[in-house]
Structure formats: C-alpha cells, structure tokens
Design a protein around this ligand. Structure first.
Ligand code: DAK
Length: 258
C-alpha cells in the first residue's frame, strides 16, 4: 500500500499513516487503503489488537487533504465522504481492539479518525480540533456524531463552532483522550495496554465491544437484551470453561479463543 505501513508482532499490528509531507492528511487514496487494510485485518486471526498512528513526531493526521478537496465538486465530495464513512465504520466494528496512538495533530478528519478507534492514547504534544467550519464545511467524517457522544453535546458544539484546538491534557479532562503520556513512551504505553488485553479472552473482548457499540446506540432495554444474548454466547466458548476452571484451580487461565 502506498500510504499505509503495517508491522505485526506478537498479535499486535501497528498501522502507520505514512504521508509525512502533508502531516498525514487523508486523501481519497489513503481512505480507500484504510478500508482495504481493515477489511484484511478483520479476517486475520494473528492480529488481536491494532495500534493506529501517524508517521513522524508532529502529526497523527492533520485532517482530510485540503489540496484534494479545494477544487472538488459536490459529487466528488460525497464520494470522499462515503469513503471515509466506510473506512471509519470498518475501524469501529472490526473484532479486534483498535487503539489510536495520537502523536501530534489530530485535526478535522484526523480527530474523527481517532474517535472511530476504541481507545485514544495521546502524546503530550497531541492537539485535537475540528477546524472544518473555518473552511466553510462541517465535520463530515463523523465528527458531529462521535464527538458529542464522547464528550457531550455542549463541549462538542463549542469545539466545532469555535474550531478551538485543545491540547492533550484538555482532551483527557473532557474524556476525548483515555491517557496522556510522553511522546517517547506513546507506542510502548499502547503496547502495554495491548498486552493486558492479549492475556484476557479475545472473543469475550470482541463481544463486549459489540455490546458497547450497539448498546450505546439503542434504548437501555434493547441494549440489556443484546448483552444477555452475547453473555449467553460467551458461555459456549472454551475460554469460559478454561477461565472459570483456572480460577477454581487457583492457576492462571490460558485463554485462546478468537
Ligand atoms: N491537507 C493537506 N495538506 C496539509 C494539511 C491538510 N489537512 N495539513 C497540513 N498540510 C501540509 C501543509 O500544506 C504543508 O505542506 P507544504 O506547504 O510543506 O507543501 C505541510 O503539510 C506542513 O504543514 P504546515 O507548514 O502548515 O505546518 P505547521 O506546523 O505550520 O502547521 C497545522 C500545522 C496542522 C496547524 C497546519 O498545517 C494546519 O492548520 N493544517 C490544516 C488543518 C486542518 O484544517 N485540518 C482539517 C482539514 S478539513 C468530507 C467530510 C469531512 C472532511 C472532508 C470531506 N466530506 C463528507 C466530503 C474533513 C475535512 C477536514 O478534515
């Protein structure tokens, strides 16, 4: 792939958006590649956690590629929007956990990309923002939907209407970032988090991810019903047998289902 790198080690894939000259801005080609790569990842049993980051030390993703959008027609804009919708939904719904390692600017489409991941770990130099209304457009890669769900309507409206950029600590304070760490510790922190997850039941984590993603978009009764059904499904697994038996035998569980 031209704009993405992937390294897989110990069941953890590090995917890097690699367009450093434009601070990893997302053009149509990169969006299509993200969709393609995550379509492959969702089928791979040797990948249980994905860490998504940007190349260099300055930027995660500085937004959609403005040089591509500047002369785009409404029809081309819609196609780009659909590409991002598909790619970001794919990231949100793969069975693996996806951690965004936010290593600098996460602006516009970059902030929206980070929000489609399950967890965001921010380096101290990270900056989050939705500058779109300053460009005469609105956030269109999920920002008007995912940001209020993460930080609440009032804060999302303030960020989107003012285009204010916030630093990593403020992102942490409002719940946009899960953690803030030194830049040089960013990938290791994400890998440590991944290692904790790898020692747990991966299929159980996938079911929990689905219950949270679907359940938070529906009414409580339907969400609880879904949870009960997925809970029942977990009882059919070898991991449930092994996890509970290991507890009773006072030994470490060896959980392998995925
Ligand atoms: N697109 C293209 N190139 C970009 C870019 C971007 N978003 N951001 C940075 N670059 C390029 C710069 O043009 C520059 O290129 P050269 O001049 O060297 O050729 C290079 O990256 C380095 O950037 P700077 O020289 O500007 O670096 P600074 O440190 O001075 O500033 C900055 C860093 C991140 C503050 C600044 O570059 C900046 O403000 N960038 C733009 C940030 C931004 O506005 N991002 C939001 C883009 S809008 C859609 C739905 C949604 C969207 C699009 C379509 N549809 C439904 C169709 C989403 C839109 C967005 O994300």
């Amino acid at each position: 792939m031209k704009n993405l790198l992937m390294e897989v080690e110990n069941e953890v894939a590090v995917v890097t958006i690699n367009r450093p000259k434009s601070l990893n801005a997302l053009n149509s080609e990169t969006l299509a590649e993200i969709n393609e790569l995550f379509t492959e990842i969702e089928k791979r049993k040797d990948i249980r956690v994905v860490i998504l980051t940007g190349s260099g030390e300055k930027s995660f993703v500085a937004g959609a590629d403005i040089s591509e959008m500047v002369n785009a027609s409404s029809q081309e804009g819609r196609i780009m929007g659909m590409l991002a919708y598909e790619a970001f939904s794919k990231i949100e719904n793969v069975p693996q956990v996806v951690i965004a390692a936010v290593n600098g600017f996460a602006l516009g489409g970059g902030c929206e990309l980070a929000m489609s991941c399950d967890i965001r770990v921010a380096a101290e130099n990270a900056k989050f923002g939705q500058p779109e209304v300053g460009l005469g457009i609105l956030p269109g890669f999920g920002g008007t939907q995912r940001l209020p769900r993460l930080v609440g309507k009032g804060r999302a409206k303030e960020l989107i209407f003012t285009t204010d950029m916030i630093d990593a600590n403020e992102a942490y304070r409002i719940g946009l970032a899960n953690k803030v760490v030194k830049q040089e510790e960013l990938l290791d922190t994400c890998k440590e988090m991944a290692a904790k997850m790898l020692s747990k039941g991966s299929f159980a984590i996938t079911l929990a991810k689905q219950a949270i993603n679907v359940g938070t978009e529906t009414d409580l009764a339907s969400g609880l019903q879904l949870e009960a059904n997925l809970f029942g499904l977990a009882f059919s697994t070898g991991d449930k047998k092994e996890g509970m038996t290991a507890f009773l035998e006072k030994r470490k569980a060896d959980l392998t289902d995925f």
